[in-house]
Each structure stands twice: as C-alpha cells, then as structure tokens.
Design a protein around this ligand. Structure first.
Ligand code: PYC
Length: 442
C-alpha cells in the first residue's frame, strides 16, 4: 500500500519539510501510534477532528459543498495561498454526497491530452496526500485494467495507450493471457458471450479510502483556520449588478466577494441561484458491496461492454459499480434491476464469485456534461466560480481541482491545467470529448 510520497514533488507547498523524509515520517507515525494508544487507555472523549465554529457574517471565500472538491479547494487556499477566512458549507454532513457514494477508483488513463494531464496531476497529489495531510488515506496503487471484448474497444484501448504514453502516463495494451496472470479468477476462455481480447493496463491506477480523503482535507483545512459548517443549506445567492456579494443560508446570510459552487447533483440548482445556467443533466449512479473475503483481487477491473467495474478493498469487500441509470433523476435509492444486471455481468467475468453475498447498495448523483468533461473556473458573474459537471469522474479529481480552483481564486488567473474546462467552451465549440475514457457506457 502506498501511503507516502513517491513522486518528484517534494511536498514543500505548505512550508513543511519534504514529505518523503523517511526518518521524520517514521518517528512521526511512531509518535502518533503511541498517542493513539495512550488516548485509547485514558477513557477521555476523543477530540473533534475539526471544530464547529460560530458562523461569521462575512468571509473572503464561501465554498458551497463539503465534499472532496470543496474541502480540497479550502485546504489549498489556506495551505498554498494563505487565504484562511474561508467557509465551507454543506447542507448535510461532509462527504454525504458524491464523495461518500463513489467507488473510490483513481486513474489517469484518459483519452484527451487535456484530460490525461489533469487526472495525472491528481494521481500525483494522491501519491503524497497521506504524508501532506498526516492522515492515512489508504491509497493503494494496485493497477487498473479496462477489458476489451471486441475489436472497436481494443482499438480505443490502443488509442488511449498511445495518448497516455505521449503524456508520460504508464498505460499499455496487454493480451488475454496477461490479464489472466493479473486476475486468475477471470474467465478468459473464448467460449463465453463476450471473450476478452485484451485490456488497457494502467499500473498507477488504484483505489483509495474515500472517507479518509474527505476527513483528511477537512482536518487539514480546519487546522489552517478554515470554517466548516455542516447542516448549512444555501437557499439563495446574492448578486449585485454582475458581481456576487454573498449567500443566504438556513442559518443566516453571509457576505462574500467570492462564492464557489463545488456541488454534485445540485450543481445546476446552485448555479441557477446566481443566474448562471449550465449544460448539465443529473443521473443516479448505483454501486454495491459484498461481504468481506480473503484478498484475491489486487487489480481494479473494468468492463465497458459488460457495464461493470470491481475492486477489492483492504477490508476484503468487493466494490461493484455499473453505468449511470438510464434516466435523469435526483433519486439516491438503489434498485433491484441494477443488482440483477450487475450480478449477471460480474458472474460472466468471474464465475467463482457466485457464492458471495451482497451486503448493501447505494446510489450517488452524477452531473453529466455534453462532452463528459468538467466545468471549472470563473463564470459571467464576477466572483462566482464553478467546479462542477463531474459525471462519473469526480472523486478522483478532488485534489487537482482543489489545487487549481484555489490558484484561480487566489491569483485571478485560470491555471493552464484547467484552462480547457471553462464554461465558455460550450458556446465556443471547444468540447473536450472524454466519453471514450468512461469506465462503463453512459
Ligand atoms: O472513471 O474510473 C472511473 C469510474 C469508476 C466508477 C465510476 N467512474
């Protein structure tokens, strides 16, 4: 498991010593373990990991949405730019939306150069996130396989592999025999309905503990002075002329020169409050988890043809997902149709799993854009920024979007890494078509 920095970046962004200083890290973790043990034996209450401060009537920046995107933006505003008079508002508890409802897959094997560069920066940030936040986010770079069951998907895998390599991202097409070596339980015979012809293999891909990422960013942002307000629902956004001036909430009004929409599911409703309309449609995405079993699957497996992805967590559970529901809705209820379809497809891939029992299922909301790329940056309303439209790609992008949004807000300039993802691309015809990199069909 990779919980420490292994990238070139020396982690100095927030003025701390390099995060891959092995000696410092191991004495810090020994100290943390002793502190944990002492506290466990002391019978005292555990301290809150972040405060519950009173809400101010004004902040320099108000971020709507306490998921990984909103919390990461707040953390990097404080850590990288010294902007700490920041509030993160969530209408429920932090991580209650898409950040707690995804399947925690990380990868950067996208299709467009813009997408690959962007998601690769996120993987790099995830590689040393545990050390940066001093919080174990359990990033496990176990490799990611996207199966090809027909000639046209094999062609897309080859295409993706070449563009990935040109962007310096480790991806290659492998044959069915190599797939079998990586996943011995996979049915790679040629007599099945959809034989496996090969796969796109992406070694840096993997899984992370999604709650830990949310909690780590929340704790880090709070320690730097950011206010996190849970159960605080935005009911309106104030705009005067063409500038944002604040937000209204169920707990009172807040004035702010900068407001950032970091929501998923409700992103169009929030932007509408500021008079900014966005080309987004919202669809539920369902997932499910099995009982825990001994580790046997140490690669993430995706099949677009069979509409399924599966990985095994460190607890031993198998986490499954499929494509988004076939109709737009705000429902977060699971359905029997989903479970039936999913189980059938999983068993086509790995028949020995037939004895495993499903424990629970859930659903999250995905805001789909016409080109399957996000919408990030300023809007025609001055001071009102968006970080939305993530479709099924949102969780993996949390760190890079937080970093880039913080830079945009702090400097007034849109960094190159997100310059292709502006809202204006839809009126200028500069779409960034990323559908070919979707885990499963949409
Ligand atoms: O893009 O890797 C992905 C993904 C997996 C599940 C949903 N999206």
């Amino acid at each position: 498991m990779n919980v420490a920095g292994n990238s070139q970046d020396n982690g100095r962004r927030n003025g701390r010593p390099p995060s891959h200083n092995g000696k410092a890290r191991s004495s810090r973790s020994r100290y943390s373990a002793l502190r944990l043990l002492r506290h466990g034996l002391s019978q005292q209450d555990w301290p809150l990991a972040w405060r519950q401060p009173p809400m101010r009537s004004s902040y320099d920046v108000v971020i709507i949405g306490g998921g990984v995107h909103g919390l990461a933006a707040a953390y990097y505003l404080a850590a990288n730019h010294g902007i700490t008079n920041v509030a993160v508002l969530d209408k429920s508890y932090i991580g209650s939306g898409g950040s707690g409802r995804n399947t925690a897959i990380l990868r950067s094997n996208y299709l467009t150069p813009e997408g690959i560069r962007f998601y690769d920066r996120s993987v790099k940030l995830y590689e040393h996130l545990a050390a940066d936040l001093n919080f174990n986010v359990m990033f496990s770079q176990r490799g990611h396989l996207t199966l090809a069951h027909n000639d046209s998907s094999l062609r897309t895998m080859r295409w993706r592999a070449e563009v990935n390599k040109l962007q310096g991202v480790d991806s290659d097409v492998i044959d069915a025999g190599e797939v079998k070596k990586l996943v011995p339980y996979m049915d790679t015979s040629t007599t099945v309905r959809y034989p496996i012809l090969g796969a796109l293999y992406h070694p840096p891909g993997g899984i992370v503990r999604h709650d830990a990422v949310v909690w780590g960013y929340a704790r880090g942002a709070d320690a730097l002075g950011v206010h996190i307000h849970q159960d605080t629902e935005v009911t309106g956004i104030d705009v005067s002329g063409d500038r944002v001036t604040g937000v209204r909430t169920n707990r009172g009004d807040i004035s702010a020169p900068v407001v950032v929409n970091c929501t998923a599911g409700w992103s169009t409703l929030i932007s509408d409050m500021a008079g900014v309309s966005m080309p987004v449609q919202t669809f539920p995405l369902q997932a499910a988890v099995t009982e825990p079993v001994r580790p046997f699957l140490d690669t993430v497996v995706v099949s677009g043809t069979l509409h399924v992805y599966v990985s095994q967590t460190d607890r031993g559970e198998l986490v499954f997902g499929a494509s988004v529901d076939p109709f737009a809705s705000y429902s977060t209820r699971g359905s029997l149709e989903f479970i039936e379809g999913l189980a059938g497809h999983v068993l086509e891939l790995m028949p020995p799993l037939s004895k495993m029992r499903l424990l629970r299922q859930w659903s999250g909301l995905c805001d789909m854009t016409p080109d399957y790329s996000p919408i990030m940056g300023p809007t025609p309303v001055e001071g009102f920024h968006v970080d939305v439209g993530w479709g099924t790609y949102g969780f993996k992008a949390g760190p890079v979007s937080g970093e880039a949004m913080a830079e945009t807000i702090a400097t007034g300039r849109t960094p190159e890494i997100i310059s292709s993802f502006g809202l204006d691309r839809f009126t200028q015809g500069r779409l960034v078509g990323e559908k070919g990199a979707a885990a499963v069909g949409h």
